[in-house]
Design a protein around this ligand. Structure first.
Ligand code: SAH
Length: 344
């Protein structure tokens, strides 16, 4: 059985050929899957009954099952999905005034182990397939309705995308191909904890989408304590990778910086950050830490975040404070974690 959403356009063409269909059928099938978002091959009414039956025997369309949907007071919706093997993942729909963003997961759990992140607590189970990533989009788009089109996708849900490079790359290809989900490449963001070989591969193979790097600290000593992966790829290595990355002022790298009270939020940190990123075309996102019960950190007070931001602005670095959305349903950054375990 082929998960048909694992196939990018070239692979779909090959698959269609193997089944003995005319080449133009690939585009038709892609339209049914990604534009009309049908649930069964039976709905592909411009294919013969025989063709539809053959497809149903060889391939599968929907992979995820929606277990639960929660809506926050600000309109953010959190989805809990079940995978065919019983594992569960989450996605978050974030409506904005002029656009809608979907935050997708790329792994079941996460191997990065960041100390302030709830997902890390469950450890790592496995990579998601491309189909399991793309299916998050399809399911959410069907649920919110076609008049609320998802225009932006951020790979910032559970997992480390660059440790699942091949499947993330294929999901991006499906999301951005004209005959498939047709999202603008500039509206797709892949966020990494700083996997240097992955950043270098992105530079070569996936540089049309936006790169975000979760830096969170300005010295190795500090960063190691909150981002254990720093031992493998320390700040200096990450910065070198960013300096060789094909970015410019129209295509800036995003630096994510979660503000942890008394840990990484001093004005000295802000000044060190300025030095680190000097000469790299970046935009800095200051993320207020989203606390959860038992969290070993607390959020930096707003006025201190603003002071930190001002140091960056004073050095001509674009820095924004990200609003926290969906906090009341634990859908905010770093809060994704399946609370309900599957009952046996
Ligand atoms: N592994 C990737 C993508 C998933 S995490 C990465 O590290 O970038 C997405 C973002 O949420 C990261 O910047 C992460 O550091 C941040 N984050 C995790 N837990 C958080 C929390 N409790 N509060 C605020 N941001 C958090």
């Amino acid at each position: 059985m082929v998960d048909i959403k694992n196939l990018n356009i070239e692979e779909l063409k090959d698959f269609v050929k193997e089944l003995g269909f005319e080449p133009y059928r690939a585009k038709q099938i892609a339209q049914w899957l990604y534009k009309k978002r049908i649930k069964s091959f039976d709905e592909m009414t411009n294919l013969s009954k025989k063709a539809r039956e053959l497809l149903s025997r060889k391939a599968r369309i929907d992979i995820l099952k929606t277990v639960k949907v929660e809506e926050s007071s600000d309109g953010t919706r959190k989805y809990l999905f079940e995978l065919p093997d019983g594992n569960r993942i989450e996605s978050v729909f974030i409506p904005e005034k002029d656009w809608n963003t979907l935050c997708v997961s790329t792994q079941v759990g996460c191997p990065a182990g960041c100390k302030f992140c709830l997902t890390a607590k469950d450890g790592f189970t496995r990579n998601l397939t491309a189909a399991e990533i793309v299916d998050q989009y399809i399911h959410v788009q069907r649920d919110v309705g076609e008049n609320r089109r998802i225009s932006n996708v951020v790979f910032m849900g559970m997992g480390e995308p660059l440790l699942n490079f091949d499947n993330v790359k294929k999901a991006v290809e499906i999301m951005t191909h004209r005959d498939m989900l047709d999202l603008s490449t500039r509206k797709v963001t892949v966020s990494t904890v700083g996997v240097v070989p992955g950043i270098d591969r992105m530079a070569k193979e996936m540089n049309k989408v936006k790169l975000a790097v979760s830096l969170h600290a300005t010295t190795d000593e500090q960063r190691e304590k909150i981002v254990p992966m720093n031992r493998r790829w320390p700040i200096g290595e990450i910065m070198k990778a960013l300096r060789r990355y094909p970015a410019d002022n129209n295509r800036r790298i995003m630096i994510e910086y979660v503000m942890l009270k008394g840990v990484n939020d001093s004005l000295e940190d802000a000044r060190r950050l300025v030095k680190l990123i000097k000469g790299i075309p970046v935009k800095v996102n200051l993320i207020p830490f989203n606390p959860y019960p038992g969290a070993p950190f607390s959020p930096t007070p707003r006025e201190d975040i603003e002071k930190f931001q001002k140091v960056l602005w004073d050095h001509n670095i674009a820095a924004f404070i990200r609003d926290s959305r969906g906090q009341d349903i634990s859908a905010a950054c770093g809060m994704l974690r399946t609370k309900e375990k599957k009952s046996a």
